[in-house]
Ligand binder design. Structure first.
Ligand code: PEP
Ligand code: MN
Length: 472
């Protein structure tokens, strides 16, 4: 008979260290105000037809209720502070680009389901509480490497995410449409509403651990492996019930947070509110927002805006980042060394991570900060396959995570988390995995509006590997 481990942290209960006190709050620099980004150069903005119209819509959004509240943001910050210390692990995951059309109960449920599956595998395998953050309920704006693209011989403006234009290959669809800013707010709000209902009632209950495994995943090797873990958890729960340890709220609910790239400062500013209690400014569009690899200029508008808000801030750290440049950025974004404030998201590519990451780990450590280092193994490993699809290999994704863990071990720094593009659906967008998705299969279900995502079985397979790395 298998031993049943009933320690709370093995059952997905986010146990924070007892020392964690009320989080310190980041206050803006004296020169900052919600408009100060406007005086800075800004990259990756849509060509809006009428800037006054953008301002009018932003003013309307500013009259809407906040999507998330400062206290929730503070709780996330506290959990991230634990991850920075090696006492928790961040799982940030979801679509590359959310679509308005996937804002349905089924769409949200299926994304939440796979993230819960991954989180339980990481928790069970590593013994660490997992901080769950979706790229969801607002991940609508996309930076692009080129402003236009050629489709069937016709040059069209690039798709910049549903908050700006549509992905259909016509001039009409690709024209930036200001009213989409308000639609993005409402779709975020509807998505959050479903998320809140599912995470508070029933669906996230650990008793449902088997039900999270959908039929198509159960048929895959990763899905069967998952079933074994789910069996163990179910037995442990029964054991706890038999001992009278039932009714624990933490077994039935999860904390689930939202995040997106803060690419459009007008939109983020419209949802930024002053908190009298702390004197801080919170961007209430999501619990956490991040700065992309293309918009992290030290003197640019994005860094300026995010330097003033009190949410946890993600910063993508790509291959062109220098140790000195990174030191300047962390000083700018976190001058007061606030625990849980910064998540540095390394996205180097599997071939480069072991060379490029160690000097950056050292540079940040030399500032005396404890930050969450997370691995985005997706964005440095994208290529166009022979059949013409933008894709990624699961083997490269795994290799980058292995390199990321090795670099941390070498430098004596905690690996704090992973950042994935995935979906709960049975798509064929990334190559490899036990089900061997080949280039010739990519056309069967290639559904992403932007970058290729891991499907549910590939994601679960990867989670088993990450859990192993966390145990080593
Ligand atoms: C993304 O996360 O979808 C993205 C565009 O990443 P990056 O800024 O790292 O390229
Ligand atoms: Mn992407």
């Amino acid at each position: 008979m298998q031993m049943i481990d009933i320690q709370p942290h093995r059952l997905g209960i986010p146990v924070l260290p007892e020392t964690s006190a009320t989080p310190r709050t980041h206050l803006p620099p004296a020169t900052w105000h919600p408009d100060s980004w406007r005086a800075r150069p800004i990259a990756q903005q849509p060509d809006w037809p009428d800037p006054h119209h953008v301002q009018r819509v932003a003013e309307e959004i500013a009259l809407q209720p906040p999507l998330v509240l400062p206290d929730e943001i503070g709780t996330l910050q506290q959990s991230l502070a634990a991850a920075a210390e090696g006492n928790a692990f961040l799982l940030q995951a979801g679509d590359c680009a959310e679509r308005f059309t996937s804002c349905t109960e089924h769409g949200v449920r299926s994304k939440l389901r796979v993230i819960l599956q991954l989180a339980i595998l990481l928790t069970y395998g590593s013994g660490l509480p997992v901080v769950k953050v979706g790229r969801i309920a607002g991940q609508f704006a996309k930076p692009r490497s080129k402003p236009t693209e050629v489709i069937d011989g016709v040059e069209l403006p690039a798709y910049r995410g549903d908050i700006v234009n549509g992905p259909e290959p016509t001039e009409e669809a690709r024209r930036p449409d200001v009213d989409r800013l308000m639609r993005a707010y409402h779709h975020s709000s509807a998505t959050l509403n479903v998320l809140r209902a599912l995470t508070k009632e029933g669906f996230a209950d650990l008793e449902q651990v088997h039900a999270w495994n959908t039929e198509f995943v159960r048929r895959s090797p990763a899905g069967q492996h998952y079933e074994q873990v789910a069996d163990n958890i179910t037995w442990a729960l029964r054991f706890m019930q038999a001992c009278g340890m039932n009714g624990k709220e933490s077994l039935r609910q999860v904390h689930f947070y939202t995040s997106h790239e803060a690419l459009l400062p007008q939109y983020e500013q419209a949802l930024t509110r002053y908190d009298k209690k702390t004197g801080a400014w919170f961007d209430t569009s999501a619990h956490m927002v991040w700065i992309g690899d293309r918009t992290r200029q030290l003197d640019g508008a994005h860094v300026e805006f995010l330097s003033g808000i009190a949410n946890p801030i993600g910063l993508k750290v790509g291959p062109t980042t220098t140790p000195g440049g990174l030191r300047d950025l962390v000083e700018r974004l976190d001058p007061d060394h606030v625990p849980g404030r910064l998540v540095l998201i390394s996205r180097m590519g599997a071939d480069q991570v072991t060379d490029l990451l160690p000097p950056l780990l050292r540079a940040v450590r030399s500032t005396g900060r404890s930050v969450v280092w997370a691995c985005d193994p997706m964005h440095g490993n994208t290529f166009v396959s022979q059949s013409g699809y933008k894709t990624r290999r699961l083997s490269d994704i795994t290799r980058e995570i292995v390199g990321f863990f090795a670099a941390h071990k070498q430098e004596g720094v905690h690996p704090g988390g992973i950042h994935l593009e995935l979906t709960g659906d049975n798509v064929t967008e990334c190559l490899g995995g036990a089900e061997e998705i080949l280039d010739t299969h990519l056309c069967t279900r290639y559904e992403t509006a932007c970058d290729p995502r891991l499907n549910a079985s590939q994601s679960i397979e990867l989670a088993f590997r990450v859990a192993e790395l966390l145990r080593e």
